[in-house]
Structure formats: structure tokens, C-alpha cells
Design a protein around this ligand. Sequence first.
Ligand SMILES: N[C@@H](CCC[C@H](N)C(=O)O)C(=O)O
Length: 388
Amino acid sequence: MAFLLGLANVPTRNTDRRRPLTSALRDRGSGWRERPAHNVTKQVRGTPASRTFGAALTTMSAVSTTTRVASLPFAKYEGLGNDFILVDERHQPETSLTPASAVRLCDRHFGIGADGVIIALAPTQPDTDLRMRIFNSDGSEPEMCGNGIRCLAKFLAETDADAAPTRRYRVQTLAGLIVPELLPDGQVCVDMGAPVLEPAAVPARLPATSSFEGVPVAVETTLDEDTARLPHPPATGGEHRWQVTAVSMGNPHCILFVDEATWQWADAHLDAIGPQFEHHPAFPQRTNTEFVQVCGERKLRVLVWERGAGRTLACGTGACATVVAAMLAGVIPRTRHLPVSGTGAAPPPDTCLVYLPGGPLHIEWRLRDQHVLMTGPARRVFAGEVST
Ligand SMILES: N[C@@H](CCC[C@H](N)C(=O)O)C(=O)O
């Protein structure tokens, strides 16, 4: 409540000089209404009576200033419409924010509005530049966030006014070391590490149906357990069985390859069916869910329901997990390009285009080390200060 009062009383200061805050908010449709700024100055210029009233307001404002809790500088970024509040706390090893404050900041009506809050902290491991923590908009803490880490890299470079044409950051996350790199064209390429495929490690209570390099994997496994409770597209007459592939990119993903009609049905009913997959007993730590349609050679169209955030416009870890699942399931080929001696030609990478509602991501599942590389945009929307 203290936060809400603070937010109502204190005009947010737009520290991004390039753009007025209110126009940025209006443009992005953030749902944050423009509040009248302190109009005390106007009132003190009126009649003696209103001058007194104005003076009283000034005092009230001063009182609320002294009782107000800390003001938190932030910047809001988006990666394909997956939006985050970025906070720089690299001067300390632990964050001052709590899951509850993250929920309030992410609120699209009473807060700044975002899918999550990302905090940059001092590193606690050698050979790393910083530690990242992230809270989903429901206050839960995921292990990783693909779009978020691109936003983090841009935020760090812009905060530090880093003019270097390329910049790599070695970021400590709950999913291990992740390395985003700013490219000269403004995009960010992230080495997301290798996927985790063993069902127990995803974690998913699903039987292994196949193996990949000696590791058991749950590929296109029927969600038998509780199938009756899951919704079914009407066209299937209730006989539909959901086939899922479980992949972790540090965080769990449940990937479903569906036809056009089912994709459209899932899109129309996502708010109802998303939570049923997210909380399905086969995923003991809940799951992100991707409904995927193959829409061309090495092109996938993905609808996302995120654990802890609901429907989002994009999910970077989801796009990576989807490409891994598609190659494991043989939905798209994984070409074993071996360098041909003598030609000198570099083998074409196993790259896919993943179309999310907010736009496309380039994803490569690299043969050399099984790492997944994700390339896409990240952009500052506005910056300001908010009382917490
Ligand atoms: N949008 C993110 C994923 C954020 C975390 C996710 N909601 C979870 O709980 O695992 C991305 O771009 O990867």
C-alpha cells in the first residue's frame, strides 16, 4: 500500500531525455494513465485563499516526501514486446527488492507494467561480470530469461554509456553462466548454453521416449496423466491426446507441435488452457508452454504461455527450447554439416527463424558444443524513478 500511495503522489521522473515519459507510455499502450503532475506551483500563483491552499499542499507534499520510502531508479526495456523493469544494483551482492515489490512494479494498472523485473547485482563468482536475478510478474523467481538477458545487456551498455561497438557480458544466473554480446547492428546474440533434456532434470514427470547422445529424452510424449482434465480442441471430439516435448533452457518448457486449427483454437483460449499446462502435475516446478506450428522450411510460429507471467508477446528461452524440441522430434532437420576439407567454406549454421507474436528470433543449435545461440533485438522504452 505504501508503494501505491507513493506511486500516486509522486510523479514519475523521466530520466530518458530523448523522449517524454507520457508519450512513451501512450505509444506502448502500457495501461499507465498520465497522472497530473504536482500542480502546487500553479496553485500558489492564484488568489490569497488559493495561495494558502497551495501552501498547505506544498506542506503535505513535503510531509509525504519525508515519509516516503526509497526512490528506485529503473529503466524499462522490451525484447519483442516481452517487457522488463531493469534495476542496477551492481554495487551490492543482493537485491533490495522483494517478490512482493516485483509484483507491484509489474502491475499494468497500478505499477510500471512489465512481464518481469531484472536486477543486475555484483558478481559472486570469479570470472563473471555480474549476477542477474529476475522475478516474474507473479513474484516467482525463474532460473533464466532469454529476452530479459538481451535487455540486460543493452541496459548495461546504455547505463555505462559504453561506446564499444561490441560488448560481451559474462552473467551469472540460476541457469549457470550466460553470455550476451551486443552486435554492431544493435541486435544482441546470447550464448544460452546447452539445453537440459533428461526428463527428471527439466523437471518433468514424463517417460523418456527416445535418447539424444546417450541422454534419455521425452519427445512427443502423450500427456497421459490427467489428460481428462486438459481441454481439447472441439474439432477432435474430445479424443485429442496432447503430445508434448520437455526441454529445459535452465527453466522448464512444454512444447506442443500442433496443426493450424489447433493453434488458432489455443490462441483464442490461451487464458483458460495456459494455466492448465503451467500447473500440470507432469511439471512439478510448473512450466512455460509453447504451441508450435511449422510454417516453412526452418520457420516456426510459436504461441507462448509463460510460467509466472501468463500470455506474453515473446519468450527467448521458449524459442530456444522450441527449436531444440523441433530438431529432436524431426519436425525440422538438424543437418550435420561437417566441414569439407579443401573447400574452405564454412558450414551453414543450423539456424531457424522463430516467429513469436512480438516478432522473430534467430535460433541456432550449434553442433560443436550443443549450445543454443539466440539473436534478437532489445530496446529501451523509458526510464524513471519509482517509490518502492
Ligand atoms: N520471457 C522469458 C522467460 C521468463 C521466465 C519464465 N516466465 C519462467 O518462469 O521460466 C524469456 O524470454 O526467456
